[in-house]
Each structure stands twice: as structure tokens, then as C-alpha cells.
Design a protein around this ligand. Structure first.
Ligand code: ATP
Ligand code: MG
Ligand code: MG
Length: 405
């Protein structure tokens, strides 16, 4: 517990990680903009937080000098410098003025972050490791290449940016050949690939904890299989466990998620997004090498070991083992609802009043300025049945829908 953690990124995931770390007296030093959500709730004793970008090699080295383990709350970081720090070290000056190299653990491994941050490399890695994914091909940013993909796999298909994607910013659904110019116009500055349209009945997600540096499925433990509902490519709701999904399919999703995470290097918590296809087959959409929106429910539902506690304990090498390789929820049903920005202040205040007055509702606000479609908070309901949870959340969903931009 006396090791200091360096965190690249200080958004809401970092903020919830800091809250957990605080309970264990673990110090987390953050690299991100001044007053970012995680910094707002974390003290400024030595070593001090660093103001700057988590993509800036100089700032990352500055952080590394002060900590024992580096981890991320976002995958869009500079992995060249993470490789350098973990393999060769970072230069430090001792009290005697002598310079030496200090190696700092990076968890999960820079290799894992590098593969995951490029969604096309990630797809290739999963395929190579026998994990089913949506059919995809890299392509040139030309109208010709985009129409050839459409002719080969049919319309609609999903055009995706390989890097820096989140909340659907980087996706363009190409519904017909006439969408091609606008799709290119929107994403043309980025390296692209395309995915065959996935005809799914449901989107599922599984959080997985990995506890060894080398690949191996035995070092992985899965949280329950949840159902995610996206609107405009942004996660809106998470139902835990997934509704209307057989125990067999839930277990199959956990097994695929563990296999996917087991193919990667390093320790930590991972979010695995899956599609449950029309024919009941399961494919992995993508993996996040960090806590994930679909795992927020674990704060209330898996109180003994939320995804944030699991990230801390696994990267510090003190995660307890779960012989069944699964962690279960303490409640029969949980629903998480994201609060997106774009609303007027009075509308938000009404939502807050309503949530506080709702028994079994937990409100989380991230200290973020409200901007259209920005995740600024979430609400979790835990109940003794999914029907009860659905009844409790229904009026809150209505209010959230009313205040969306
Ligand atoms: P995140 O915020 O989860 O990182 P992202 O920007 O990386 O999102 P994806 O996860 O690739 O984007 O896609 C966002 C959503 O778009 C998916 O959850 C799904 O609803 C839809 N989607 C993605 N790929 C496909 C596909 N091949 N076919 C159909 N729908 C898709
Ligand atoms: Mg993504
Ligand atoms: Mg996604």
C-alpha cells in the first residue's frame, strides 16, 4: 500500500479511482489539465499533481520520476514514452546529485495499450487469438476504397477512425454509397478502417480483471455480463445482469471476455464490449484497458470489490483470488443511467432533486462543465428485481431524455 500510483488522465474514471484509493490510503498522482475532475477531490501534498497533457512525453516522464506504478484512465496516451520508461527507465537525480535510471512499472503493459488504442490493430490481435470480432478491413481514405468495401460487404457499414475514438466520435455509419463523400469529409484527417454492419439483438459488456503480467486466461476474473443501451453511439443505460439473456449466454460472454483479456499483457481492469448477434453468436466489439462506463454499477452492486478497487489492487499485485474466476453482484438487479450535458441548469437541478428523492438511487456527479453529449454524471439504482429497478428508473429516464441537447 505504500507504493504511489501515477495516473494518466484525470476525468471521471480517475475521480472514482481516487475515491477508492483514498479509502486505502493509497496516493494517486495525476497528470491532466488543472482542476480536472480527479484532481478536484484529491489533495495536493507532495508529490504534487502535474498540469499538462497525458500525451506529452516530457510530462509523462515528470510523472514517472515521482511514482512507483503508472496506470491509465484513458488509452489515448503516448505509448512510445511508456515503453521507454518501463524498459529503460527515466533519468532521476539523487540527493548526491548523481544521475541514474529508474524503471517504473506500467500497468497494463504499454504493449497492451498500444494494441488497444489502434482499434484496427486490436481487431487483428483478437482474431489472431481466436476471439470472434466484427469483420473489418483497413482502407485508404478515398471514395473508391469506401465504395469497394460497400460492394464487398454491403450497406450499411461502419466507417471508423483507428485511433482517438470515444463515445462514437470517430464512427460514421455509411448507409449507402451516397453517404461516402460526407463520411470521408467527417473523418478524412484520421487513419480509417471499416467494419461490416453488425446485426445484433443486444449489446453486452463484461468487466475483467487481470492479475499477471504475462498473457493467460487463468489470471483473469470476470464480473457479471451486463446489457448496454447506446443512443447515437453513446452509452445511455447499463442493466446488470443483462435482461432476457440466458445464463448460458451470460457465461459464454464472460468466457469470451476472459479469453480476450487473457491474450493481453499486464495487470489491471478491462471493459469488454460485445455484440449478441441475431443468431445468438457473440462477437467482441472492442476492449478498454481501464475501468469502463459499463462497470460503474459495481460501485454499488459489487461493494466488496468495485471495478476501481479491482484496478488498484490488481496493478499493485494484491488482488484477492476468486477460484470461480467470477465476481458476483450483491443485488439481483442494478441499472445505471448516464447523465449527458447539453441541458439548461434548471433542468439539471430538477433531475438532481428527483434523484435525491428516489429511494435506492445513487447519484454521481463528476465536477465537469456541462457540454452537449458530454458525460457529466450517472445514476445507479439497485433493487431486488429488474422489474422493480425498471419501475424506479423510468421517471428518471424521462427527465434525462427531456434535458438532453
Ligand atoms: P466507446 O465510447 O465505447 O469507446 P467508440 O467511439 O470506441 O465508443 P464503438 O464502441 O466502436 O465506438 O462504437 C460505438 C457504438 O456504435 C457501439 O456500441 C454500437 O452501438 C455501434 N457500432 C459500432 N460498431 C458497429 C458495427 N460494426 N455495426 C453496427 N453498430 C456498430
Ligand atoms: Mg472505444
Ligand atoms: Mg465502444
Amino acid at each position: 500500500m505504500d507504493r504511489t500510483i501515477g495516473l494518466l488522465g484525470g476525468g471521471q474514471l480517475g475521480r472514482m479511482l481516487v475515491r477508492e484509493a483514498d479509502q486505502f490510503g493509497i496516493r494517486v498522482v495525476i497528470l491532466d489539465a488543472e482542476n480536472s475532475p480527479a484532481k478536484q477531490i484529491s489533495g495536493t501534498l507532495e508529490p504534487k499533481h502535474i498540469n499538462g497533457s497525458f500525451t506529452d512525453p516530457k510530462k509523462i516522464r515528470e510523472l514517472a520520476r515521482q511514482v512507483d506504478v503508472l496506470t491509465v484512465e484513458i488509452e489515448h496516451v503516448d505509448t512510445e514514452v511508456l515503453e521507454e520508461i518501463s524498459e529503460r527507465g527515466v533519468e532521476v537525480t539523487g540527493n548526491d546529485g548523481k544521475k541514474s535510471m529508474k524503471r517504473v512499472e506500467v500497468q497494463p503493459s504499454w504493449k497492451t495499450i498500444r494494441i488497444i488504442q489502434d482499434k484496427f490493430l486490436q481487431k487483428g490481435h483478437l482474431e489472431k487469438n481466436g476471439v470472434p470480432t466484427a469483420v473489418s478491413e483497413s482502407l485508404e481514405s478515398t471514395e473508391e476504397a469506401l465504395s469497394i468495401f460497400g460492394e464487398k460487404y454491403g450497406f450499411p457499414y461502419m466507417l471508423k477512425a483507428r485511433k482517438d475514438a470515444y463515445d462514437g466520435r470517430g464512427n460514421y455509419p455509411v448507409r449507402s454509397a451516397s453517404d461516402i463523400p460526407e463520411a470521408l469529409n467527417t473523418l478524412q484527417s484520421r487513419a480509417l478502417y471499416a467494419e461490416k454492419w453488425a446485426t445484433f439483438k443486444k449489446e453486452l459488456a463484461v468487466m475483467v480483471v487481470k492479475t499477471s503480467d504475462s498473457p493467460g486466461v487463468d489470471a483473469t476474473t470476470a464480473y457479471p455480463t451486463v446489457e448496454t443501451i447506446h443512443e447515437d453511439s453513446i452509452c445511455k443505460l447499463v442493466y446488470a445482469p443483462a435482461r432476457g439473456t440466458s445464463t448460458r449466454l451470460q457465461k459464454q460472454a464472460q468466457d469470451i471476455a476472459r479469453k480476450a483479456v487473457g491474450s493481453l499483457w499486464g495487470k489491471g481492469v478491462f471493459g469488454v464490449e460485445l455484440f449478441l448477434m441475431d443468431d445468438d453468436s457473440l462477437v467482441v466489439n472492442e476492449i478498454a484497458p481501464r475501468p469502463h462506463n459499463s462497470g460503474h454499477y459495481t460501485i454499488e452492486a459489487c461493494a466488496g470489490i468495485s471495478q476501481y478497487r479491482a484496478q488498484l489492487l490488481s496493478i499493485l499485485g494484491i488482488m484477492p483470488s476468486f477460484p470461480s474466476h467470477t465476481i458476483s453482484a450483491d443485488f439481483p438487479a442494478t441499472i445505471m443511467l448516464n447523465i449527458l450535458g447539453g441541458a439548461t441548469k434548471p433542468a439539471h437541478n430538477e433531475l438532481l432533486r428527483q434523484t435525491i428523492a428516489t429511494p435506492k438511487a445513487s447519484l454521481h456527479l463528476y465536477g465537469k462543465e456541462s457540454k452537449p453529449a458530454r458525460k457529466i454524471g450517472h445514476i445507479t439504482i439497485k433493487a431486488s428485481s429488474m422489474r422493480e429497478a425498471e419501475n424506479i428508473i423510468a421517471p428518471l429516464i424521462k427527465t434525462v431524455d427531456g434535458i438532453r441537447a
